[in-house]
Unconditional design. Sequence first.
Length: 93
Amino acid sequence: MLPTSRVVEEVLLRGGAAEALSPGSLWIDMSTSTPAEADRVAEEALDARGVRRLDAPVSGMARGAEAGCGSATWCRRPRSSRWASRPASTSVC
């Protein structure tokens, strides 16, 4: 779990993570980012490699954990990842 889309971009594009993912792998982005940012990074780093993706940003993580009340997760999948990511999304979201 990475904190922002900037860090996700750094890890995927410059850190080599995208190259380590095989076609058909599932990348779950749980960073705090906008849908547009998540899409831009995934389109640049994952789509051409055939890596499926699930955008599942988390809100209230540190504060919620400290207060003992948890956090909230939203899930958004591109149509191409919809059924393949279903087992992961039902567990995570």
